[in-house]
Design a binder for this molecule. Structure first.
Ligand SMILES: [Zn+2]
Length: 260
């Protein structure tokens, strides 16, 4: 009975939506989350561990202290949205990567290249707030869920709605695993980027950093991005659109900053 329901559910996006639809608390937007958040967090922790083994880690005391200092305040601001996070902040030693990212469960990495653009704690708070906002808003889960729909949908079509034997079930689970782990590292959509800008700006303000730093920071970032853009610029809204939206959000962010 359970297997039948599973096949049926994979075939029916509408049914699935009603089963696994959640709301992004910060913006009220509906989103599809198929993976339990603790499972996503443990997959992310594994991948983060691998990345730490493959990537040189910076021992620069100034960079490390700054990332920890800002990271802990951003973690405090995002805390109510991520009550189960096990925060970890790492500085990767790569001056060519003007980049940063966060993964489910509170794993945050900053590349040393970012310090070419992030000159102050407030600048760093803008970037780290943005990256943590992706996690808090469940963007990784949405990407993984899209992969699962694709993988599971293909298999369900192949097998029809007949009861699955254990081999087929194993295949479905393998596809689930492959799709899910791929999804953890997929780039975000432009919509996700705008949402992360919005939530991240509030996090930075709540953490005690002047949110107005976001405007010159993202302007410098846009100016820097000729040539191969870093991951989080490649899908970001065009520079001018982003600045306009940030300016629209600024009064609300300033209110949070002043009333914290
Ligand atoms: Zn982003």
């Amino acid at each position: 009975m359970k297997k039948k329901f599973c096949s049926l559910a994979l075939l029916s996006g509408v049914l699935l939506w009603s089963v696994a639809c959640t709301t992004v608390p910060q913006t009220g937007r509906s989103a599809l989350h198929l993976v339990p958040s603790d499972q996503l967090a443990s997959m992310s922790a594994t991948q983060f561990g691998q990345l730490k083994q493959e990537t040189p880690i910076s021992r620069d005391p100034v960079y490390n202290a700054q990332v920890r200092r800002v990271g802990e305040r951003i973690a405090y601001a995002a805390g109510p949205d991520m009550p189960n996070a096990q925060w970890e902040f790492v500085v990767f030693d790569d001056d060519e990567q003007i980049n940063a990212f966060a993964m489910s469960g509170g794993k945050v990495a900053v590349y040393t290249g970012i310090f070419k653009i992030a000159k102050t704690d407030a600048d760093l708070a803008i970037v780290m707030g943005h990256e943590v906002a992706h996690v808090a808003a469940g963007h990784a889960n949405e990407r993984v869920s899209q992969q699962l729909l694709a993988a599971g949908g293909a298999l369900a079509l192949q097998f029809g709605t007949s009861d699955m034997d254990s081999d087929k079930r194993a295949l479905l689970l393998a596809a689930y695993g492959a799709g899910a782990s791929l999804g953890v590292m997929l780039p975000y959509s432009r919509y996700h980027e705008s949402e992360a800008d919005e939530i991240g700006l509030i996090y930075a303000a709540k953490a005690g950093y002047d949110p107005r730093a976001a405007i010159p920071f993202w302007e410098r970032m846009a100016a820097q991005s000729n040539g191969a853009p870093p991951e989080f610029l490649s899908t970001h809204p065009a520079g001018s659109t982003r600045i306009r939206k940030l300016n629209e959000l600024m009064p609300k962010a300033m209110q949070v900053y002043r009333n914290r």
